[in-house]
Write a protein that binds this ligand. Sequence first.
Ligand code: ADP
Length: 264
Amino acid sequence: MAFITADRLSKQYRSGEVTVDALKGVSLDVEEGEFLAVVGESGAGKSTLLSLLGGLDRPTAGSLHVNDLDVYGLRGERLADFRSEYLGFVFQSFQLITYLTALENTMLPLAIAPMKAKEKRAAGIHALKRVGLGDKLDRLPHQMSGGEQERVALARAIVNDPPVILADEPTGNLDSKNGEAVMKLLQDLNREGITIVMVTHNLGYTKYASRTIKLQDGGIVPFTDTDASCAVAFEDEQEEGRSIVGSGSAAERRGFSEPAALPA
Ligand code: ADP
């Protein structure tokens, strides 16, 4: 069995009379040490998949095993323990606490860990050094750039030394220079052995991943040569100094937000 095995995951959201099939039986294996990028247009089901992989939500049907653990069979404290032992989460909005320093924000996931205060501090400093912020331990979020804040969020995700990082649009709020820096850091962490699953709508960043899958309308569809060549085109634009991040980006101008022509 792969390190992460999702089997026929479905998720329906119901609001009143309306039912949305956000995921339609997605099966996915992620091997230890992989860096998987999940792309697809808005509404394709990417965030839903990521929150199911993180055990943050339960599927309507399907199962998830991580390191042979039946994740949806876990309840309460055991589910919380699983998340804290296995997963680091990185989101688009940094979600840093404004009145805590970089170090205090980084140490937050260790709040209830059975560790001495000194050990927690050492782990926080180590994580911040790994993301290149060893000299900014005492900065408050507003005293740091967007890129630095995202790096604190990354430090917070790795402070408990998880084998897996789940990242949802980690560069979504960053300009292309800071976005690239965060992607390189993720790549370094992956090379150090952390398995990464990253949702992005930015095809240019798939070059950092070892594998890319595409979601469309709640299902996995092939990531085509056309998609891949769009990614190369983004890179060219970026080298020319044009932004490739955010809505109205080159991705959308090139029709990525339109359903891609797929082989039958
Ligand atoms: P993506 O991350 O690819 O943009 P999402 O996973 O956020 O896609 O959403 C997939 C579909 O599920 C969309 O149609 C979205 O509107 C719907 N959806 C997501 N979350 C909810 C929710 N909490 N309630 C109802 N519908 C939702």
